[in-house]
Design a protein around this ligand. Structure first.
Ligand code: ZN
Length: 237
């Protein structure tokens, strides 16, 4: 009889351990972390897109800047040539002046374009900075959530160690065959391997057993194992 009572105590430890493991696996911080990671990845994709557009504007800005410098250099060179005194033909000088004006006009146009590109690039720079800041905030939040999760897991693990210790202490007093059966039933029966028979009812499935069956079980020798005909649980009477 003693071993069957031990079986119920074992069941008590195992059920508690199952609940703890379930709680550990389903801590709300896990879902929270997952959604924050997804948000972080989403920001990462946005960041890649905005950075790419920003870099394209930056390249365009540099290209226009080079063009402005080159046009200005050409204008300056023409200007020096014009005032060097080597050219005396008024017609040629007039044509040169027209060229210089044209070069300067083109340089100003490119400069205006460059300014527009620069404004777009700066707006994208601000977007990049904003996305990076949002990512940094998420990282900080995830660290907080992670710490809370680790704390809870440690607490649950400590409780779990108590239940597992209780289980281990009981094992030597339970016959091996009974233990094997208990484990089999427990696996098939959503964690319940043994239950008390209270009145007509199996406390594992809460179904009533026929009166004749209850009577038969009650008259079995104390060391004979009985099982619920509904769920298969080992019945402790
Ligand atoms: Zn049952």
């Amino acid at each position: 009889m003693a071993s069957f009572d031990d079986l119920l105590t074992l069941q008590h430890h195992d059920s508690a351990a199952d609940r703890l493991r379930h709680r550990r696996a389903t801590l709300p911080e896990r879902a929270e972390l997952e959604s924050k990671r997804a948000a972080y990845d989403d920001l990462g994709r946005q960041l890649a897109d905005v950075t790419e557009r920003r870099d394209a504007e930056l390249r365009e800005e540099r290209r226009l800047d080079d063009e402005v410098r080159s046009l200005e250099a050409k204008a300056k060179a023409e200007d020096s040539r014009m005032y060097s005194g080597t050219i005396s033909s008024p017609r040629e000088l007039q044509a040169m002046q027209a060229d210089i004006d044209q070069l300067k006009r083109q340089a100003r146009e490119r400069e205006d374009e460059e300014l527009e590109v620069l404004m777009r690039r700066e707006a994208l720079d601000a977007e990049v900075a904003e996305l990076e800041a949002a990512q940094a905030r998420l990282v900080a939040e995830m660290e907080t959530t992670m710490a809370a999760l680790e704390k809870q897991v440690a607490e649950i693990d400590a409780e779990l160690a108590v239940e597992e210790g209780g289980r281990a202490a009981l094992l030597p007093s339970i016959p091996e065959a009974t233990l094997r059966l208990y484990e089999q039933v427990r696996t098939a029966n959503r964690g319940v391997g043994a239950a008390r028979l209270v009145g007509m009812n199996c406390q594992a499935c809460h179904l009533a057993l026929p009166a004749t069956e209850v009577d038969r079980i009650r008259h079995l020798p104390p060391d004979t194992l009985a099982r619920c005909e509904h769920c298969g649980a080992i019945l402790v009477r």
